[in-house]
Design a protein around this ligand. Sequence first.
Ligand SMILES: Nc1ncnc2c1ncn2[C@@H]1O[C@H](COP(=O)(O)OP(=O)(O)OP(=O)(O)O)[C@@H](O)[C@H]1O
Length: 277
Amino acid sequence: MSEPYLSVRDLTVSFQTSSGVFTAVENISFDLEKGEILALVGESGSGKSMTSLSILRLLPEAARMTGTIRIDGQDISALPRRAMEDVRGAKIGMIFQEPMTSLNPVLTIARQMTEGLLRHKGMKRHTAFETARTCLEDVGISESGRVLAQYPHQLSGGMRQRVMIAAALALRPGVLIADEPTTALDVTVQAQVLDLLVDLKSRYGSGILLITHDIGVVAETADRVAVMRGGRILETGTAETVLGSPRHDYTKALLSSHLTVEKAMRERYNRIKAIAT
Ligand SMILES: Nc1ncnc2c1ncn2[C@@H]1O[C@H](COP(=O)(O)OP(=O)(O)OP(=O)(O)O)[C@@H](O)[C@H]1O
């Protein structure tokens, strides 16, 4: 059997604090295949972001990481900084809660979207520009020409989020890490962005690691779920199994605190059924 696109084995992240060693992530393992959404769900402080930062090799200086992370057959756990810069962007894309943290305020959208294409894909400027335009259209931005000429602050929050997704996907990464991608958006835009992620997963074939505290978001999007608490993975399985018959009390509590999960699941399976028939 071929190896999964992303494989995380025995990942542990710890910090030396004044009161001793604090373990933020404890011995977790999971796989992500291309074309699937794996949701890491858990409350604040459960270790979700430290897990994604480990995969990106962007942990804070003070953190100590052990374990193995393999992407596309390559062990990246100890890659030198320069080599890792090539893996980031080309093989792992990332989108964050607040697009302004990853969009450069003084560059036009065209400049920031073409930069990665010029650097990682070796495209000519004109081809990179046309690719950026197509990607913007793929994320539902019809006035791509106008948006390419604009600066991030000239766009609405929802538009910025779409631009960030387009910029990440333009490089066709095997894995897209989406850390609370919709938390800062209002409910309507949130639903649109989630639908977009599900659609893009199929169209671009990237695997998506979705980091969220919101079990409703999981129900809307995930193929598989890993529930995190206190740095550990409590349970993992298909979305249907984990959300439909949770084994752990903590998962049950997460579910019961979210009244719309059942509705979201129902709507989602109705949509899948509608597509299948
Ligand atoms: N530099 C640091 N030094 C010590 N502890 C840290 C440091 N950075 C993070 N932590 C701790 O690591 C733990 C896991 O944090 P992490 O950000 O991964 O949680 P999270 O599940 O992503 O939560 P949130 O949704 O709030 O971001 C937390 O208890 C946090 O306080």
